[in-house]
Design a protein around this ligand. Structure first.
Ligand code: SF4
Length: 243
């Protein structure tokens, strides 16, 4: 993040992050994936830059994943898009009435989210989908700033997987939420209410297994489990659902 030009809005933050080159290994990987491509995507002009969060700036519910996939978000320019993880996530949000369509194709395809924003603690595609701790920490200011802008409206956050959970806790502490010590452990359907130290509205933190093929193909995370979890988090945040 450029400290000389701090973003004044979430839209500015979303634009600024797309220019970040702070992690040499991830910059090289995202650009290499765009050069080599996957056979099925030879006709695509890959995004090959950091992926901003997606969803309205006054979201009440925030979903936090891990990092974009080299041939998913790194190709399409939108978070959780272009792979099976995204297919399940957007279809579930659509069923609940939180997404205008069941499919997300690419940035700029007209899809809109209602009351929910999706973001990642690491914005560039990492090799083997595994950012290292230095990269996670280097990217943290982007997520922290995003939560500052969302603070007036956000009431529930869902950590999709243990990486998101661990990455979120210091961000929420910095945002003024009273994260218990020792830090709460991640688990599917974990639900912790975090008071704010200024007496403002609390934040409901939910754990959910990541929507990765490793979890969904093995049945560790079923569509029903994901739907129930997102419904609970959305209703807790005060959102009105249709499904
Ligand atoms: Fe920048 Fe985050 Fe990408 Fe690193 S992972 S280059 S900090 S946007």
């Amino acid at each position: 993040m450029d400290p000389s030009a701090p973003p004044q809005s979430l839209a500015e933050l979303d634009e600024q992050v797309t220019h970040c080159r702070a992690c040499p290994r991830l910059v090289a990987w995202r650009e290499e994936a765009a050069r080599v491509k996957r056979r099925a995507y030879q006709d695509w002009d890959y995004w090959a830059r950091p992926i901003p969060g997606f969803g309205p700036p006054d979201a009440a519910l925030v979903l936090v994943g891990l990092a974009p996939a080299a041939h998913g978000g790194n190709r399409t320019g939108r978070i959780f898009t272009g792979d099976s993880s995204g297919d399940l996530l957007y279809a579930t949000l659509h069923r609940l009435g939180l997404a205008s369509r069941a499919e997300s194709v690419r940035a700029g395809d007209g899809l809109e989210l209602s009351g929910v924003r999706i973001t990642d603690p690491v914005r560039c595609a990492p090799p083997d989908n595994r950012p290292n701790p230095d990269e996670r920490d280097t990217c943290r200011p982007w997520l922290a700033r995003e939560f500052e802008f969302l603070r007036p409206t956000v009431r529930s956050v869902v950590a999709l997987g243990g990486f998101a959970w661990q990455a979120l806790l210091p961000v929420l502490t910095a945002a003024g939420y009273a994260v218990p010590r020792p830090r709460p452990a991640f688990g599917h359907a974990a639900h912790i209410v975090l008071a704010h130290t200024d007496g403002g509205p609390p934040l409901h933190l939910f754990g959910c297994y990541h929507v990765s093929p490793r979890n969904t193909f093995t049945g560790r995370l079923t569509t029903e489990m994901l739907t129930d979890l997102l419904r609970s988090a959305a209703e807790t945040a005060g959102l009105t659902l249709s499904g």
